[in-house]
Design a binder for this molecule. Structure first.
Ligand SMILES: C[S@@+](CC[C@H](N)C(=O)[O-])C[C@H]1O[C@@H](n2cnc3c(N)ncnc32)[C@H](O)[C@@H]1O
Length: 221
């Protein structure tokens, strides 16, 4: 079992941020897991219960619909979308994350791809009925957070939904935290800056001890 050293991790990410390398470190989290997806410390190893609840409540809408998962990690959320009938692309900047997904789900229908949120194919623009974002924006620093949100919003076709799951914080709280949770104004930029409509918004504390505050939001284009 690989011991996760939080202090070393935060220092490593901080150094990358200072060198304006906002995500080149991500692959190391997966390579450190040495081929074992269970050893990836940020993975819950189950689909988000809020995503699954939404999928269950909206299952009549999934047929012939295209979904995309941002920074898909080890694939649990992508597989849930596929199980509910979506045609799914799940991408991550990390080669090793995508290799782990393909090994973990050899018979998957999900199209797992290495891709960069900041440099994806033009054909992806306004091409998806459902976009799922969980905890990618929070690992990015400064202006990359706005650029990421915009790049995510640009994937939605007309009438598409985006589901955003993230850790949360109060405004001006924990400003040096790594990763930095989203405050309400930041997540609400999907509405105020990208002109999406809020369908539902939930702020909740998860079941960890001590519990961690989260947002789960659904917006529509
Ligand atoms: C905190 S992890 C969350 C992973 C997964 N969504 C989950 O909830 O378990 C953030 C993910 O975003 C990926 N990522 C970071 N920057 C990215 C980028 N520019 N393009 C695509 N993926 C990126 C990382 O490799 C990592 O897998």
């Amino acid at each position: 079992m690989i011991e996760f050293d939080a202090v070393k991790y935060k220092q490593m990410v901080k150094e990358h941020h200072e060198n304006d390398e906002p995500f080149s470190w991500c692959d190391s989290i997966y390579t450190d897991a040495k081929g074992d997806y269970k050893a990836v410390f940020w993975s819950d190893l189950q689909a988000s219960p809020y995503l699954v609840k939404w999928l269950e409540e909206n299952k009549q809408d999934a047929k012939n619909k295209k979904a995309i998962v941002i920074g898909c990690g080890v694939g649990d959320d992508a597989e849930a979308l596929s199980d509910y009938g979506y045609e799914v692309i799940a991408f991550d900047i990390s080669n090793e994350a995508i290799r782990l997904c393909k090994n973990r789900y050899p018979n998957t229908k999900v199209n797992y791809l290495v891709a960069n949120l900041f440099d994806y194919k033009e054909s992806w623009l306004e091409n998806f009925d459902l976009v799922y974002e969980c905890n990618t924006i929070q690992i990015l620093p400064g202006e990359y957070r706005n650029k990421a949100r915009k790049a995510i919003s640009n994937l939605l076709c007309k009438n598409a939904h985006i589901l955003v799951s993230c850790r949360s914080r109060k405004k001006n709280e924990k400003q040096d935290e790594i990763p930095l949770p989203l405050d309400f104004e930041e997540i609400n930029n999907f509405v105020t800056k990208d002109a999406l409509t809020e369908i539902s918004f939930k702020a909740y504390d998860d079941s960890q001890i001590p519990s961690v505050p989260h947002f789960f939001a659904v917006y529509k284009k």
